[in-house]
Design a binder for this molecule. Sequence first.
Ligand code: GTP
Ligand code: MG
Length: 717
Amino acid sequence: MKVYPTQSIRNVVLLGNTKSGKTTLAETMLFEGKVIDRRGSVEAKTSVSDNTEIEQIYQRSIYPSLLYTEFMDNKLNIIDTPGSDDFVGGVISAFKVADTGIMVINAQQGVEVGTEILARYAEKHDKPLILAVNQLDHEKANFENALESLRQTFGKKVVIIQFPTETGPSFNSFIDVLKMKMYRFKDENGTREELEIPAEFKDQAEEYHQELAEMAAENDESLMETFFENGVLTEDEIRKGLSIGLAQRDVMPLFCISAKKDIGVKRLMEFIINVAPTPDKSVQRLTDGEVVPCSVSGQAAVFIYKTTIEQHLGEVSYFRVMSGKVTEGMDLVNHENGSKERVTALYAVAGKKKEKLTEIVAGDIGCTVKLKSVKTNQTLNGGNKEWVFEPIVFPPSKFRTAIKAKQEKDEEKLGEILNRAHAEDPTIKVQYSKELKQTILSGQGEHHINILKWHLNNTHKLEVDLFNPKIPYRETITKVATADYRHKKQSGGAGQFGEVHLLIEPVVEGVAANNRFKVDGKELVLNLKGKEEYTMDWGGKLEYYNCIVGGSIDARFMPAILKGIMEKMEEGPLTGSYARDIRVFVYDGKMHPVDSNEISFKLAGRNAFKEAFKKAGPKIMEPVYSVEVLVPSDSMGDVMSDLQNRRAMIEGMSSEKGFEVLKAKVPLAELNKYSTTLSSLTSGRATFTMTYSDYQQVPAEVQDKLLKDYEATEKED
Ligand SMILES: Nc1nc2c(ncn2[C@@H]2O[C@H](COP(=O)(O)OP(=O)(O)OP(=O)(O)O)[C@@H](O)[C@H]2O)c(=O)[nH]1
Ligand SMILES: [Mg+2]
């Protein structure tokens, strides 16, 4: 393949609800660009994009696929993304390297929740959108309804470039109001005739054409003047106006297609080449905010947006050239870890098919193989400037599970595979929780995790168990309490003796420790001598006061007492969870001239603390998450009552273009498999996000249950 200059490259990402027809559209685009001479299909498991076994089993896209076509002497890079929310990571990474989104709308459904979610992401990433109303050949296609829902969602931005003359199985032509022509298709291979607009569609076409010209003129002053003077714009002038409006995200041009029957796809591609922004229009920033121009004359720099392991190739790194050009054999440096990387081969990619290139220039997307130490989100530089481009920010997880190998001997292998899975898909997160003593796996949904499990079972022949993850509760106290504990052991040789009297109270932020206390009706005045303050790794504090008078405990035993208390902080007295925000005052005790030693005081400190804790109005705190649900209005009632059963505190509701946005605070303990439930409550038409908010006290009945459960496990131990 020849080397295409920056100005002859377009990078698009195909977006849309599941089953809208993105993969089918990608296939047809490749066919139109003659990368393939026969079209495969998703159903026949022969599409270029859905080429992995698991995608073929499910007949849906799971991974983002990079594809290219050559068209009108330009190179069009296409990233076909999965529509399911579970695999949104692939969409987010595509936004980093693509310059325009093609939003595929299923003409049977119009705007769906997926459309809405993806449009929000596009907005966040500042990407222009072109609308492709697909499946107009389907018997249930309804162009008017689809258009209406698009107008409701995107308002005046929607500008009609085409409308169909009829829909359903006989769909074979549409009116193009930019060209002011009718296109009619003779077969299912894109063979088209350009005809005059029939009389019955003339008025409608004129009306849309006028709207289009007006919309185009609005984006440019000189066009506006021309439009006022002549009342019309030429085709080229309209294109110019659209191009400006599209790049500014003010205009969403609407096209009519049947991806399956190859109707209208070529026109869509022509428009992309003529009007969609070239790669140099996208602003690419470094982490320090500096903007690096997408110019072939700059220092060579590539940004890695995805890595995978592929059969026969090994490690494959997908990148966009951010600046300059990379050539075969070039040395690049990964400044994040100092590794020097030789680019031994460069490829243009169409799914599994890799076409060798000698050079890739700024703005183009491709891949290379066998780099030594390169991860997603890293920049490789070919010069002295140590550029680091802004990383892709992946969405927070919404599904968590604990995972364990069925056979203990496989644990290490499991760990390696999971780390690898995270490297390939950063929305999969793995963490061993020392606190919960579980490996916690999180992702975007149950299906997301199940796909990983499928790989563990089938690709790696590893059997695993997935089970409910524990909740990282916290324990603290609400009032003052004291306890004395004597540790005494006399068995044969040297004995053990240590006695500790201590008082504990809650740490209240901003309120200093007092020295007068009332405990069980008695006044206690302490002599606060030494204060040590510790911030716990898991949040909150421990303050430790030495209030010993008259040498009842030697100063040398104080660290041992603290150590015992710390142990109990790490394994709280109520449920074994971490404790936090406690002040401890050690004010008295006893020693034995021979038998006192560190171990005795550690144990005495630990047990005194435990006893005091239980008397100090202890409470269990649980992590609470801020949850935001996007739900179609007709499912609102079901979603709401389900949330109420999950102890949710509803914080607000608002309507947004046919959807309701529900905000609530929900305990993590109640969010187990929420994504799955939400999906089944709404037939997959809702979505949500969850982010950690704070720790809150659990209700009394929940606390009772937790205490009982813990006692039972302690007895078993
Ligand atoms: N009638 C008709 N069916 C289509 C058309 N485009 C796609 N389909 C069918 O719709 C189904 C889904 O198509 P895909 O291309 O897999 O949809 P997708 O958007 O890639 O779906 P995900 O990968 O799950 O997000 C398949 O059965 C296609 O054959 C079309 O233009 N007309
Ligand atoms: Mg697909």
